[in-house]
Design a protein around this ligand. Structure first.
Ligand code: N01
Length: 545
């Protein structure tokens, strides 16, 4: 059992006790570093602690969306379903925390509010809302890319007499929706997952849809004993493939072009990948995400699937996206979403046709009519990728404030480090693969790279690592070029920052594939960190002058 490290000067501060922060605590401790962790929430779990909304589950298969760092862990843990529910994933993360004694390293219910880099000592001072002040050589921001909830400022919100909820901050003790008139605003992954379940619980549900989304049935099922045994026997190969794949799971896209095959083969392939379920539909053809003609074929197939299950053609029309190529917003993985609109107790309001006038005490007024509500659920997403880091007052060299430096768009080399902010590491930061890959393996990859970089500094007697401005510029250009070869920039998605008013619109992910990204990180470490400056401690460099 490792005792809580309460020192006020440590090697590493880890911010966040989600999937990434938990592994960072484990790995850094294993490396013999002193570590202190802070977590704003009441316990471990990050995303899976906060997103407790009805129907929440992962859209990556449980066997893949799990840590690879401990074979004993993956051999001993039993997943019950192909796509795990939020409660099961949280139980898993709690088990990991127990097993590796991670909670003792974190202070919970404690939010980091500020951190400043002192150039004279090459140390960060980290401050919390509970009055802690800790100095550290290194800081790992494991603050999550989808953690800062977006609550739109709709006129009259404060006037509402009923209960207001956000899917990303769902109450820990649950919510009883029985007999209630519920409104859901937002039809992204959170809305689409929760709407069928809320419809089954509430007296009446009104969905306020601004933009329809593509969604593919999960084809979820329990994992039987034989499959579970096969998973466990095959973990080594599964992980090997995942770390070399495009998306961090062991599934390869069909290498063919949608445009080169016969209509019959195309249809059969679409059916095959549709049956695989969820985001895997995006892998049906190699050019589906880069050639609009191929994408149109996939889109038309998905539209027909929607029409086939929605009874009312006018409702089906409203539910079919027309503003973005399929897959340029994350394809949702659903369980009975479109069929929900066949229920008598569900209404769909198209906000493009009839925008919200205002929220009132009794509900939402739309097109002059009051929709009476007891509960209003915001499934309106997150200030993604940059939001959590920008909420902290982070001051790097010369007192530069990170959010000011990022005002025209974030900067980060390899999705990991920012020029002017030495020894500060972002896990799943901007211009990494982010959600285009499996977030658990992505977090492990990042944390391992960070831990190796710290070890390299210590071995070489260097104090700080920091990317050069040129390296950041080059990486941003590279990411923009990769993005421009895809259809992603055509959507007003959170990948583009387009879901938040005033946020710079640019593609903030690395689209070169997880396997290639991993190779780049490995090459940079093996080649002695080109693009980074590894500097001695300031007093040593002063003495040498
Ligand atoms: O958020 P979103 P999310 N008035 O931003 C609408 C991951 N995730 O929480 O498109 C009316 O996708 C907005 O409309 P529009 C996954 O990576 C994974 O659903 O901006 N509507 C949109 O419909 C996912 O991509 C899982 O026009 C407003 C919705 O709210 C990411 O998290 C489950 C509005 C927000 O959709 C984010 O998903 C859940 C307004 N003022 C989440 N403002 C799984 O693993 C916003 N909207 C399955």
């Amino acid at each position: 059992m490792t005792a809580e490290h309460t020192g006020s000067d440590v090697d590493v501060v880890v911010i966040g006790a989600g999937v990434a922060g938990m592994y960072a605590m484990h790995r850094m401790r294993a490396d013999g570093l002193t570590v202190r962790g802070f977590e704003a929430g009441p316990d471990v779990g990050g995303t899976w602690q906060f997103n407790r909304y009805p129907g929440a589950r992962c859209d990556v298969e449980s066997v893949d969306y799990s840590y690879s760092f401990s074979d004993e862990l993956q051999q001993e843990w039993d997943w019950s379903e192909r796509y795990a529910t939020q409660p099961e994933i949280l139980r898993y993360l709690e088990h990991v925390a127990e097993r590796f004694d991670l909670r003792s390293g974190f202070r919970f219910d404690t939010r980091v509010t500020a951190m400043d880099f002192d150039e004279a000592t090459a140390r960060w001072t980290v401050r919390t809302d509970a009055g802690h002040e800790v100095t550290a050589r290194h800081v790992v921001l494991a603050t999550g890319s989808l953690s800062q909830v977006n609550l739109p400022d709709i006129p009259g919100l404060d006037d509402f007499d009923g209960r207001i909820l956000h899917t990303g901050a769902w109450p820990r003790d649950g919510v009883d929706l029985a007999g209630k008139r519920v409104g859901v605003i937002g039809t992204g992954s959170s809305g689409i997952q929760s709407i069928p379940v809320i419809a089954g619980q509430a007296a009446h549900l009104t969905v306020f849809q601004r933009t329809p989304n593509f969604s593919v049935p999960a084809n979820n099922h329990p994992i039987d004993d034989q499959t579970r045994a096969e998973h466990k026997a095959g973990y080594a190969e599964r992980r090997y493939k995942s770390f070399r794949s495009g998306g961090g799971s062991p599934f390869l896209p069909n290498p063919k072009s949608a445009l080169e095959v016969s209509a019959a083969e195309r249809e059969a392939e679409f059916e095959h990948y549709w049956a695989k379920g969820g985001v895997l539909f995006g892998k049906t053809f190699a050019d589906q995400m880069s050639d609009i003609r191929a994408n149109d074929l996939a889109r038309e197939f998905a539209e027909a699937k929607i029409r086939a299950v929605v009874n009312d053609p006018e409702t089906a029309d409203k539910l079919i996206p027309t503003d973005h190529p399929i897959g340029t917003k994350r394809i949702v993985t659903d369980s009975g979403y479109f069929q929900t609109y066949n229920r008598d107790n569900v209404d769909l309001i198209d906000l493009r046709a009839t925008p919200i006038d205002r929220i009132e005490a009794g509900g939402i007024r739309v097109g002059g009519e009051l929709v009476e509500l007891d509960v209003l659920v915001f499934a309106t997403g997150f200030d993604a990728i940059t939001g959590a880091a920008e909420r902290i007052d982070i001051r790097g060299r010369g007192g530069a404030l990170l959010r000011d430096e990022w005002a025209d768009g974030p900067r980060a080399h390899l999705g990991l480090m920012v020029d002017g902010f030495p020894n500060m590491y972002l896990v799943s930061g901007p211009f990494g693969p982010g959600v285009l890959a499996n977030m658990v393996l992505g977090s492990e990859l990042h944390v391992n790279w960070i831990a190796d970089a710290i070890a390299a500094l210590d071995t070489r007697g260097r104090a700080t690592i920091e990317p050069t401005a040129q390296a950041v510029d080059d990486w941003l250009t590279h990411c923009a070029e990769l993005g421009a070869k895809t259809l992603f920039p055509r959507a007003n998605s959170w990948y583009m920052g387009a879901n938040i008013e005033g946020k710079p619109r640019l593609f903030m992910l690395y689209a070169g594939g997880f396997g290639r990204y991993r190779e780049v990180l490995c090459e940079v470490a093996a080649d002695g960190y080109p693009g980074f400056e590894l500097a001695p401690a300031p007093q040593e460099s002063a003495a040498a002058r």
